[in-house]
Ligand binder design. Structure first.
Ligand code: PLP
Length: 379
């Protein structure tokens, strides 16, 4: 099988599985227990937080909590920051449903939500963000990398706009598709108050996310219980998953992986673009991990199932939107409805090989041509 749906989820890495197995057998204690093993388990959780913060360019003593998914972390950042005094909130049109749908909760409380439109390359319109920011802006959420197209938003620019136009607003970035894939240095991005990560997008387990929050953020819990994770995510932590994530994050060489994945994407695109019909919706400025492609005349779903028969797994878009009609993100960057239906997402990981992506590219072109032939579409 050639798995090219790594933006949806990744195959757990061996280093993660070995650490998970070790911790399941040896660190199964409740981190709230007061005997030595419990205390040690909590210390181990704190160590993993330091590993994650270091990867984000921060030195210890910063704030980070584990959550049960990135979806929960995004909900917590928004709902846990909300105060009755909020007037306006800004998010981008490209946000993941865990942000996009959560702002409806704010709208129901009378908060005005503004949506920053996207450029053709999928990045936000920085000029529009600047126009929308004002002294009433309470919260801004702009993702680091878009999960459908791989577009990378310029966090430095976003921080500067926020600092200039609404310094008191809180700034959140959903970095799920960027963490451990692109360099993020929060020590140079001090305007960022919240950053979300997810373990299963980088070779860890599902059901584990995390939220960095700045000292200024004054976050309040949205679920209540035993007070774990500084009272912000009550519930017994999955120590094995956390320990595994720590070993995994330590092992990841972001620039080495980036170089490899960039080579994969370039080789894949070179082959794919031999077929002049195929359009690429992710330009060179996008993350090499994600590619959105359009195959005119053919339904993306039909292509995906035909490829599935050949043991090549790709997707129509994000797992969260794949069962819904249309594609909000591609629409926002100006792709027409016909092309949206004909689009698929190919997403790589550092474990993919050149042989795999070359075979996949050739098979995708053959399958596309066969489907067109069957439908009597002439080139
Ligand atoms: N944010 C982005 C950009 C994503 O791609 C995803 C997953 O697809 C999420 C949030 C949600 O992550 P999780 O599955 O950990 O809830």
């Amino acid at each position: 099988m050639i798995y090219l749906d790594n933006a949806a989820t990744t195959k757990p890495k061996d280093i993660f599985l070995d650490a998970y197995d070790y911790a399941s057998k040896n660190l199964f204690f409740n981190s709230s227990a007061i005997y030595r093993e419990g205390v040690y388990s909590q210390e181990m959780i704190d160590e993993v937080k330091q590993i994650i913060l270091k990867k984000l360019g921060l030195i210890s003593s910063e704030n980070f909590i584990f959550t049960n998914s990135a979806t929960i972390a995004n909900n917590l950042a928004i709902q846990g920051s909300y105060r009755k005094s909020w007037k306006e909130v800004i998010i981008s049109s490209g946000e993941h449903p865990s942000v996009f749908n959560t702002v409806e909760w704010l709208q129901a409380r009378g908060v005005v939500v503004h949506f920053v439109p996207l450029q053709k390359n999928g990045q936000i319109r920085y000029d529009k963000l600047e126009e929308l920011c004002n002294s009433n802006t309470s919260f801004i959420s702009i993702m680091t990398v878009n999960n459908e197209t791989g577009s990378i938003n310029d966090l430095t620019k976003i921080c500067q706009i926020k600092q200039r136009c609404c310094p008191k607003a809180l700034l959140h970035t959903d970095a799920v598709q960027a963490f451990c894939k692109l360099d993020i240095n929060l020590s140079n991005l001090t305007e960022i108050d919240f950053l979300t990560i997810s373990s299963h997008k980088i070779g860890g387990s599902k059901g584990l996310g995390g939220l960095y929050y700045s000292k200024l953020s004054n976050l309040k819990p949205i679920i209540f219980g035993g007070g774990q994770e500084k009272g912000l995510n009550s519930g017994t932590q999955d120590i094995a998953a956390i320990y595994g994530l720590g070993q995994l994050v330590k092992s990841i060489d972001i620039s080495k992986n980036l170089e490899h994945v960039l080579m994969l994407k370039k080789s894949f695109l070179e082959l794919i673009q031999k077929c002049s019909y195929i359009k690429c919706n992710s330009d060179e400025s996008c993350s090499p991990y994600i590619l959105s492609l359009t195959f005119p005349f053919i339904n993306g779903e039909t292509l995906i199932h035909a490829l599935e028969e050949k043991h090549i797994l790709v997707s129509t878009g994000s797992a969260c939107s794949s069962k819904k009609k249309g594609n909000r993100i591609l629409s926002a960057l100006g792709v027409n409805d016909k092309d949206i239906i004909s689009s698929i997402r190919v997403s790589f990981c550092a474990d993919n090989t050149l042989k795999e992506v070359s075979m996949a590219a050739e098979e995708i072109i053959n399958t596309y041509n066969n489907l067109k032939q069957r439908m009597n579409i002439d080139e």
